[in-house]
Design a protein around this ligand. Structure first.
Ligand code: B12
Length: 476
């Protein structure tokens, strides 16, 4: 029931001016949906506000301000709610705030995004001098009060009150029709938050895995989005830092998927040592089509350094079963590798050899090199040093909020990037890349032929997949 006036509230997900893996025309086709912000928009809509979310993507910040103005979302007393999901989005957010200030000098700007804000409002104020309030943590329980400036000093966990960081681990159902241009986005369904498996590099190393959304609610949400999009079967991203919901959840989800009459497909991210064969079989029967596997490395030494596992032989054995099993069940495996401090030719060779053994089961490979983000990173800098790594620029962390690494004496940053690119290219051609990216990353209407036309305009050393006709041998 509506009990608020139809007052407009504009929510903006900060986009990227520069893409992590290169500023190519293809990188700009990725739509990075900020579903946490859409969750807040949904709560406001349900409370009667005329809430609307704009996603910055690769657009100019001033174009997003213009869109908000022409659609009259900036009218009324509510602050504009800006989400900064990563430090890499800060330059975009800065541009957005200053464009708002220029156009509407009195408009209040509230900024959130727990991984960037943490509880360090002073730092964020330097980064975004035009913002009026910084909100820490998750915000489902406070978002209604945040709209009222009079309440700011009494709401816990903001730059005007306390340094606590509220955490609500319960994912809800979001309403995609509140997202501007939602038909271009594939919807995500948030299944769970947290992980707690203790990997040395991860922000959620100590955030315990929360209760997953119930299987029945998940199936209902799929049907709800199919209705919104008037599309069936759909493709969904099941969002969970650690998708490992357990046999009972899976059994109930199979029942709910079947009884709801669903046909839609989905992908998810998981560790390499989760999801035993029987779970995979059940999930494949109810739409699981792509697995994003955080293998990270196949070098026992590197796996131990990362604290990815305690027993690398067991870990790699399970990873092997997962890749083989998923492939046999028609699931596409996208493997993620992370080059890590201490890396040398031997450790990279171990990873390559293992991947070669599993080549028939790998649809695509994404390889990166560890980046350090500013803030509470649990002694990560000391850990990196211990393994022979070093920040590329000591001042960048404070200045920009993120900094790449020299991994070791043998692997400086440039070499790490070059090896990462070669590794990905060796395991992925343009078509495999398209198949994987068109499942929930690219805009929904990007066709294969349009993709190939864009690819032709990009130099082959700027992408991480083989271009048609490109001959590629892998050597370290
Ligand atoms: C899923 C995910 C994505 C998804 C969705 C992003 C999103 N935030 O919705 C996608 C694929 C789009 C993505 C993209 C990127 N990501 Co990402 N992503 C994650 C992941 C796994 C979970 C994010 C999450 O918690 N979502 C759940 C929702 C509910 O939480 P939330 O978004 O934080 O939103 C809540 C609060 O923050 C708060 N809030 C958020 N905005 C606002 C705004 C206001 C006004 C208020 C009041 C509150 C508020 O309320 C929300 C609801 O409670 C995290 C790592 C992890 N394990 O947690 C990395 C992570 C956030 N990503 C990261 C990075 C670097 C990226 C990319 C740069 C990677 C790339 N491919 O280039 C891009 C950047 C996109 C951008 N525009 O900045 C880093 C950020 C590190 C940092 N400190 O900067 C993380 C931490 C992973 C890491 N490497 O350590 N990512």
């Amino acid at each position: 029931m509506r009990h608020r006036s139809e007052s407009p509230v504009c929510l903006v997900g900060a986009g990227l001016l520069h893409h992590k893996k290169g500023d190519t025309a293809i990188a700009r086709e990725n739509l990075y949906l900020n579903y946490g912000l859409l969750d807040l928009a949904t709560i406001l809509h349900e409370a009667g506000y005329q809430a609307r979310m704009l996603q910055g993507n690769s657009d100019e910040p001033s174009a997003t301000v213009m869109k908000a103005m022409t659609t009259r979302l900036m009218e009324g007393p509510a602050p504009v709610l800006l989400s900064v999901p990563s430090a890499l989005a800060l330059p975009w957010a800065r541009g957005f705030c200053s464009a708002v200030r220029e156009t509407l000098p009195e408009k209040l700007i509230v900024v959130g995004g727990r991984w960037v804000a943490q509880t360090d409002a002073e730092w964020l104020r330097v980064q975004l001098p035009d913002c009026n309030l910084v909100v820490f943590g998750t915000a489902e329980d406070r978002i209604l009060q945040i709209l009222d400036r009079q309440l700011w000093s009494s709401i816990p966990g903001t730059s005007q009150s306390t340094r606590i960081e509220p955490f609500d681990s319960t994912p809800r159902r979001v309403d995609y029709s509140l997202l501007d241009g939602y038909l271009r986005h594939w919807p995500s369904i948030e299944i769970s938050r947290g992980c707690g498996r203790g990997c040395a590099f991860c922000v959620e190393a100590k955030v315990p895995l929360g209760k997953p959304k119930s299987p029945v609610d998940t199936a209902r949400e799929m049907a709800f989005h199919e209705d919104t999009y008037q599309c069936n079967p759909m493709r969904f991203y099941f969002e969970a830092s650690q998708f490992c919901p357990g046999a009972e959840w899976i059994r109930e989800f199979v029942g709910a998927y079947v009884s709801t009459g669903l046909r839609s497909e989905w992908r998810c991210e998981t560790r390499a040592d989760c999801l035993p064969r029987r779970d995979l079989e059940a999930l494949a029967s109810v739409g699981l089509k792509v697995l994003d596997i955080g293998l990270e490395s196949a070098s026992p030494r590197q796996l131990l350094a990362m604290r990815k596992c305690r027993d690398p032989a067991q870990y790699l054995g399970r990873a092997s079963d997962l890749l083989r099993g998923a492939h046999e069940l028609g699931i596409q495996n996208k493997v993620n590798i992370m080059l890590y401090p201490g890396e040398d030719d031997d450790t990279v060779r171990e990873t390559i050899d293992w991947l070669e053994e599993h080549r028939p089961f790998i649809k695509g490979l994404s390889t990166g090199s560890l980046i350090v983000y500013r803030g509470r990173n649990g002694g990560l800098l000391a850990h990196i040093k211990k393994y022979g790594g070093a920040l590329v620029d000591e001042t960048a962390l404070d200045r920009e909020g993120a900094c790449p690494l020299h991994l070791s004496a043998d692997y400086d940053h440039a070499k790490a990037l070059e090896v990462a690119r070669r590794l990905s290219k060796s395991f992925m051609d343009a078509d495999a890349y398209y198949d994987l990216k068109s499942f929930c990353y690219f805009r929904r209407d990007l066709s294969r032929s349009e993709f190939h036309n864009i690819v032709q305009t990009i130099p082959s050393d700027a992408v991480s997949f083989r271009q048609p006709g490109e001959d590629f041998g892998l050597s370290v």
